[in-house]
Design a protein around this ligand. Structure first.
Ligand code: ZN
Length: 106
């Protein structure tokens, strides 16, 4: 460690999944606890534009875990949003394995 290297982002972070260079970004995540949905934003993350993977450092993961485990019930949320909920019930088209040929005669 030389004294000139006190800046951040000295070496680019490489995506452990695809090997591309990642960029720093503030991201959001959605967390289900029991039957409630919580959204956490302003999460500092490394984002891979190539495979869309997101990674948090250890301190961030820790803060996120503490927020999830302890603070959701006691903290006042920064804001609330209305979330549209859709159902896949009745929308899944099952193909039986024997009807493969029905697929190919277009
Ligand atoms: Zn990647």
């Amino acid at each position: 460690m030389s004294p000139e290297t006190n800046g951040t982002n000295l070496s680019p972070v490489v995506c452990p999944r695809c090997g591309e260079i990642m960029r720093s970004a503030a991201v959001k995540t959605a967390i289900w606890r029991d039957d409630r949905l919580f959204v956490v934003e302003d999460i500092p993350a490394q984002v891979c534009d190539s495979c869309l993977e997101q990674f948090y450092d250890e301190e961030t993961t820790d803060a996120l875990r503490r927020l999830t485990e302890e603070s959701f019930s006691s903290l006042k949320p920064k804001k609330e949003v209305l979330v549209p909920i859709f159902s896949l019930e009745g929308r899944i088209v099952r193909r039986t394995s024997s009807s493969k040929e029905a697929y190919s005669d277009y």
